[in-house]
Design a binder for this molecule. Structure first.
Ligand SMILES: C[S@@+](CC[C@H](N)C(=O)[O-])C[C@H]1O[C@@H](n2cnc3c(N)ncnc32)[C@H](O)[C@@H]1O
Length: 332
C-alpha cells in the first residue's frame, strides 16, 4: 500500500473495525456470473483500482469533462449555505475516492473550529487511505474513520449518530448505479439512517447529446483508458490474460433512456482465462461487454425517486449552462 510517510494528522486516521481488508476479495463468483450472462458484463466497480482511479482523476481534469469542474464550482459557491442548513454533523461520504472536493465542505467546519468526524466509504482502500491522510494533514480538527467496503456493507457498520449525519454522494457516483442497485441502495440508506439525516447528492442532468458524448470522448483518451483498465484490473486480481489491445472502448448516449452507456468491444475472436477463478470465457469479434452506465437525470424525476424512498428535497442548486446539480435531501 502506498502510504505517505508519517506526517501531521496521522494519529487522527483509522480504519473502522472489520473494514480494512480488501472488500473485493470474495467477488470472484460475481465476475464469473456476469461473464456467463448474455450480454456479458463487467461490474463498473472494477474501474477503480489504483491505476483506474488515477486515470479517472486525469479524465476529470480534461476540458471536455465538465462534471468535475461544475460540481466543484457549485460546492465552492454553496458550501457555507449547505453547512448552515445541515448544522455541523458527522459526514459519511459514499464512494469518496480521492475526496478532491470534500475539503470545500470540511473548510466550513474548520472555519468554525469544530471537530468533524468524517467516514469516507470506498471499495478502493488504497485511494481511501491516501485521501484520508491528506485531509487529516490539511484539517487539524478532522478525525477520519475509513470504511473500506461497498456502500451496502458500509451502512450497517457505521456507529449511531445521536445528532444526525450528513451523507455525501458526490462525483455523480449515484448515476453509475443500475436500476436494481438504485432501489437496493435507497432502501438500505433509509433503513440505516434516522429521521432528519441529510444527503447531499451530485447528479448530472439531461442535456444535449453532443456535450455528453464529448465528456466521455476526451481527446487525451483518459476515459477510454480508465474503462479498458477494468481488464487489467481483472488480470491482476484473478490471474487473467486479457490482452487489452484486443479490446476497444465504445461510449454512446441513449437520449431516450437518458443514460450514457459504455461498452468494451472485443476486436477479434478470442479466449480469456482467469486462472485464479479456474474460469475461461470466449468472445467473438465485435461482441460488446457492458461496462458502465451514467444516468442523466431529469431533476424532478430524481426528486420523485428519492421521495418514494423516504427522502424529501430540502434545496437544489443547478448550473443552468452545464445542467449539473447538487441536491440536498432530508430523511423523513
Ligand atoms: C465516480 S467516482 C467518484 C469519486 C469521488 N466521490 C468524486 O467525486 O470524485 C466513484 C467512487 O465510488 C467508488 N465505488 C464505486 N462503487 C462502489 C460501491 N458499490 N461501494 C463503495 N464504493 C464504490 C469507486 O471506487 C470510486 O472511488
Amino acid at each position: 500500500m502506498r502510504l505517505p510517510s508519517l506526517r501531521a494528522g496521522d494519529e487522527r486516521v483509522r480504519f473502522l473495525r472489520r473494514s480494512a481488508e480488501d472488500p473485493l476479495s470474495h467477488d470472484g463468483p460475481n465476475v464469473i456470473r456476469n461473464l456467463r450472462r448474455s450480454p456479458k458484463k463487467i461490474a463498473s466497480l472494477y474501474v477503480y483500482d489504483e491505476r483506474g482511479t488515477r486515470l479517472y482523476e486525469q479524465q476529470c481534469k480534461t476540458p471536455e469533462y465538465y462534471l468535475r469542474r461544475v460540481e466543484a464550482q457549485l460546492l465552492r459557491a454553496h458550501a457555507r449555505e449547505i453547512v448552515e442548513l445541515c448544522g455541523l454533523l458527522p459526514i459519511v461520504e459514499l464512494g469518496a475516492g480521492t475526496a478532491e472536493k470534500t475539503g470545500l465542505l470540511l473548510a466550513e467546519y474548520a472555519r468554525r473550529g469544530t471537530r468533524c468526524d468524517y467516514y469516507p466509504v470506498d471499495l478502493d482502500t488504497e485511494t481511501l487511505l491516501v485521501a484520508a491522510h491528506r485531509l487529516a494533514a490539511d484539517f487539524p480538527h478532522l478525525w477520519v474513520h475509513c470504511v473500506g467496503a461497498s456502500y451496502r456493507e458500509a451502512l450497517p457498520m457505521l456507529p449511531a449518530f445521536p445528532r444526525g449525519q450528513l451523507f455525501l454522494f458526490l462525483g455523480s457516483a449515484f448515476g453509475n448505479l443500475e436500476n436494481l442497485e438504485i432501489d437496493d441502495l435507497l432502501s438500505h440508506l433509509f433503513r440505516h439512517s434516522a429521521a432528519g439525516d441529510y444527503v447531499l447528492l451530485a447528479a448530472d442532468l439531461e442535456k444535449d447529446a453532443a456535450s455528453i458524448e464529448r465528456a466521455y470522448h476526451d481527446s487525451a483518451g483518459y476515459g477510454a483508458q480508465s474503462t479498458l483498465n477494468m481488464l487489467s484490473h481483472l488480470n491482476r486480481r484473478y490471474g487473467g490474460n486479457f490482452r487489452v489491445e484486443q479490446f476497444g472502448y465504445r461510449s454512446v448516449y441513449d437520449a431516450t433512456a437518458k443514460r450514457n452507456e459504455v461498452h468494451i468491444e472485443s476486436l477479434t475472436d478470442q479466449t480469456v482465462t482467469l486462472a485464479q477463478l479456474g474460469f475461461t470465457v470466449t468472445f467473438v469479434r465485435s461482441e460488446l461487454i457492458e461496462a458502465e452506465v451514467m444516468w442523466k437525470f431529469d431533476p424532478d424525476d430524481l426528486g420523485a425517486m428519492w421521495a418514494r424512498a423516504g427522502f424529501t428535497m430540502a434545496r437544489r442548486w443547478i448550473d443552468p449552462v452545464f445542467r449539473y446539480g447538487l441536491f440536498l435531501l432530508r430523511r423523513r
